[in-house]
Design a protein around this ligand. Structure first.
Ligand SMILES: Cc1ncc(COP(=O)(O)O)c(C=O)c1O
Length: 360
């Protein structure tokens, strides 16, 4: 068996320990004689899996009692619709557009009401986070929406926007559990888990209780109403059970590493190796304004598309996979999520140094 260093933006690398444990439990989960994939979601064993997973997530993020944790399906993209359907009481929402995902979310919300794009960084290919300290937040906005870490462009909000008292909704798909967060600052924090937490197929929604109501937009399907899932403790229908089980294992792995403070320290150390190298390289260049750099997704370019392609190809041959940038940006992108070991980033930088020497 040989594992590569996988820099994919998602689905992405998971902790090897978690994969090994899952493999050991594959045929017989703790004496049940069956795999978690094969068991009833109403069984005692699964009930324990989902309750423990929720509790571990609550411990890790310090989630207050007046927030509910929902394990849902449909990916992050389904939330683009579910959020307005459930929250747009006035049919008005403010969106801060810092990349493709926020842009898509805003477009989807437009199906349900008026969307005000109160800030954007599209003028410079989303390479920075706009100043959000004093935005023209709409008086009647039902919420203010951000994508906190922009997977494609490699930017991250280092400070949350001043929403002037309005509910903040954040897509944290690509920075979930990468550092401590103050949950009380948000109305909804949500993310697809396939980057930092588990297999695709699960989306986690952390939602303040007062936002869970029956008063949703007319025509909202039962399955797209938060209340349905909150009332049924994420077991209204068959949930993505195996995915939730793996998420639970990752929560325990993070706890073992020392929680979110420790994750932040590890992630800062990893990102520093790469950014420090980029800052002095004569061949490679980071594409993001330094102060807004993500700890998770690091895009970089040589400025020559052919050389970029050569780099990606040779890196792959050296066991450094999935370094091609997003199709809308080009160049390269290294996603260095929680489970990417420090050694993986060092191996990447060593390879970049060698490539620089050979190609300059
Ligand atoms: C920040 C962000 N939001 C949303 C999505 C869409 O996620 P999904 O494919 O789960 O719908 C992605 C996927 O890469 C993402 O990075």
């Amino acid at each position: 068996m040989s594992r590569v260093y996988n820099f994919s933006a998602g689905p992405a690398v998971l902790p090897e320990e978690v994969l090994r444990e899952a493999a050991e439990e594959m045929l017989d989960y703790r004496g049940t004689g069956m795999s978690v994939m094969e068991m009833s979601h109403r069984s005692k064993a699964f009930e324990e899996i989902i309750t423990t997973a929720e509790q571990d997530l609550r411990d890790l993020m310090n989630i207050p009692d007046n927030y509910r944790v929902l394990f849902l399906q449909g990916g992050a993209s389904q939330q683009f619709a579910m959020i307005p359907m459930n929250l747009m009481k006035n049919r008005v929402a403010d969106y801060i557009v810092t990349g493709q995902w926020a842009k898509k979310a805003a477009k989807e919300a437009e199906k349900y009401g008026k969307v005000n794009r109160i800030a954007s960084s599209e003028d410079k290919t989303f390479s920075y986070i706009p100043d959000c300290s004093d935005l023209p937040v709409s008086e009647d906005a039902d919420y203010v929406y951000i994508c906190e870490n922009n997977t494609i462009y490699g930017t991250k909000f280092k400070e949350l926007p001043n929403t002037k008292g309005k509910t903040l909704v954040a897509d944290v798909s690509s920075c979930f559990l990468s550092e401590p967060v103050d949950v009380t600052k948000y109305g909804i924090i949500y993310g697809g888990v396939q980057k930092n937490i588990g297999p695709a197929g699960v989306v986690i929604v952390i939602i303040r209780e007062d936002l869970i109501t029956e008063d949703v937009l007319p025509g909202t399907p039962t399955m797209l109403t938060y209340k349905t899932h909150a009332d049924a403790k994420s077991l209204y229908n068959t949930p993505p059970a195996y995915g939730i089980y793996i998420c639970g294992k990752v929560f325990q792995w993070i706890k073992k590493q020392g929680g979110l403070e420790a994750m932040k320290e590890r992630n800062e150390k990893k990102a520093k190796v790469l950014y420090d190298y980029l800052d002095q390289s004569r061949l490679f260049k980071g594409t993001v304004v330094a102060k807004d750099r993500s700890l998770m997704n690091v895009p970089f370019v040589t400025g020559d598309a052919d050389l970029d392609a050569k780099f990606v190809k040779e890196a792959k041959a050296a066991g450094l996979e999935n370094l091609k940038g997003h199709r809308t940006v080009g160049g390269m992108r290294a996603s260095i999520y929680n489970a990417m070991p420090y050694e993986g980033v060092v191996a990447l930088v060593d390879f970049m140094k060698k490539f620089e020497e050979e190609n300059l």
